[in-house]
Ligand binder design. Structure first.
Ligand code: SAH
Length: 212
């Protein structure tokens, strides 16, 4: 039942322009229903953001696929995710064989996400509670940074912690309700930004984000 629903969902992502087979394969394997409360689990394979508590949401599957695809990840790369939320995006990344570091500001969400990741066997995901706008200097530089909340601008700490050898950051930038996705590439000290399509994420709250 569920795996049939997941196949339809992957076909829908493909129809909407997701073509990276590594992303589609990972999303066909990660059980999204396991990252939701029982009330919402039956809607796991709809293309919608759903509540996860603390006023936050699990990202819409298309947004997860889109952000992951634009990073063009290779197995073994180091990826920092800002906004663990349900843990679903972290599981998709782990399923792709990248090294995942993830930060969440709401402790109860982080605790639930950790339990889910562990119970599904994603034991290598490294996570912490805190303000992700400051990044995670102990583990920098990162080959890729994936920001899953809407920012007013690129946090300087994150730009600093991106690898100077082709590091990529995907980040929604705009106001609190609507943002445009940006792909930022770093070579040496140079940052180049590419404007992509619009999304609606929950706000990135922190020292280098929106005020709490
Ligand atoms: N990637 C998540 C999406 C969750 S929504 C998933 O797959 O479910 C974005 C999350 O970012 C929310 O849980 C929110 O609490 C968190 N967040 C917002 N600002 C943050 C910050 N400065 N540092 C860490 N997490 C933050």
């Amino acid at each position: 039942m569920v795996s049939a629903a997941r196949e339809g969902f992957v076909a829908e992502l493909r129809a909407r322009g997701i073509h990276d087979e590594r992303v589609l394969d990972a999303m066909s394997k990660v059980p999204r229903e396991r990252f939701l409360d029982a009330t919402f689990a039956r809607r796991a394979y709809e293309d919608s953001a759903l509540p996860i508590g603390e006023g936050q949401t699990i990202s819409q599957p298309f947004a997860v696929a889109y952000q992951t695809q634009v990073l063009d990840l290779k197995p073994g790369e180091k990826v920092l995710e800002i906004g663990t939320g349900s843990g679903y995006q972290a599981a998709v990344l782990a399923q792709m064989g990248v090294r995942v570091f993830t930060i969440e500001r709401h402790i109860p969400l982080l605790e639930t996400a950790r339990k889910r990741l562990d119970s599904l066997g994603y034991h290598k995901v490294i996570s912490r509670a805190g303000d992700g706008t400051r990044g995670w200097p102990e583990y920098a530089p990162f080959d890729a940074i994936l920001v899953t909340a809407g920012a007013p601008d690129v946090p300087e700490s994150l730009a600093k912690q991106l690898s100077p050898n082709g590091g990529r950051m995907v980040i929604p930038i705009g106001d609190m309700g609507r943002q445009r996705m940006y792909l930022i590439r770093k070579n040496g000290e140079e940052l180049k930004a590419k404007e992509l399509i619009d999304f609606a994420f929950v706000p990135l709250i922190g020292k280098e984000g929106w005020a709490a």
